[in-house]
Design a protein around this ligand. Sequence first.
Ligand SMILES: N[C@@H](CCC(=O)N[C@@H](CS)C(=O)NCC(=O)O)C(=O)O
Length: 221
Amino acid sequence: MTSPEIIEGVNFNVKLYDLPPSPNALKVRLVLNYLGQDFEHELVDLAKGGHLASDFVARNPNAKMPVLEDDDLVLWESNAIMYYLAEKHQSDLIPVDLKQRAHLHKWMAWAVAHWTPTLGPWLFHTMAPSFFPGFVPDPAVIAKAKEDFAKYAAVLNQELQGKDYLLGSSLSLADLAIAPLLQYQQLMQIDLAPYPEIGRWMSTIRKLPVWDQTMAVLTPA
Ligand SMILES: N[C@@H](CCC(=O)N[C@@H](CS)C(=O)NCC(=O)O)C(=O)O
C-alpha cells in the first residue's frame, strides 16, 4: 500500500456535515483521513433535528447526513463522496485495473444494497435508546437483521478467504465502506465466530493507522 499524496495544484476547500458515530459518516472520514485531507466539520445532530433544518435540507433534500462540500460542489450519499475524494486525489483506494475496478463497484453496491440495510437498522435499534429518549427498540427488526446477517456475512466470509482485503492484497474503498458497521460488533453482540475470515480481515483493518485516527472521534475527550 503506497502512501497517498495530495495532488499538486488541486484546491480542496472541504467541509463535512455529519454525526460521527454514524457508520456512513465514518466511511467518509476514513477516506478523508487516509488521504490526509483536512476538512472543516459541522455537526448534524439528528436527535435535535439538525438534518431537518432548512439550510441542511437545501444541501441534501433527503435530509440525511453525511454531506460534503468542496467549493461549489455539494455532494450526498456516502459512497459517492468516497469515490469523489479518492478520484480527486488519484488515490490507490481505487484500483487502476479495469476488472479490479469492476469488483470495487460491485462491493460498493453490495454495501448499499445489502450490508447497510441489514446492519444499519440493527445498529439503530441498539443505539437509539441512548440518543432518543423514549425510543423502544423493536425486537422484530433485530430478528430480521440477524437472519439477513447470516446470509450476507457468509458471502463476505467466503470472499475474504486467502485475501488481506476485499480486492486482494491492497486496501480499497470497498474495505472502508463495509468495515465501519463492524466497529459496533461488541455493542450489537454480533458473533463473528462462524465467520473467521471476517474476524481476521477486521483485525487487519483495525491495525491500520487510519482506523485508530478515525475512530478516535468516537471517544469523548
Ligand atoms: N445512503 C445514505 C444513507 C445516509 C443515512 O441514512 N444517514 C442517516 C444516519 S446514518 C440519517 O441522516 N438519517 C436521518 C433520517 O433518516 O431522518 C448514505 O450512504 O449517505
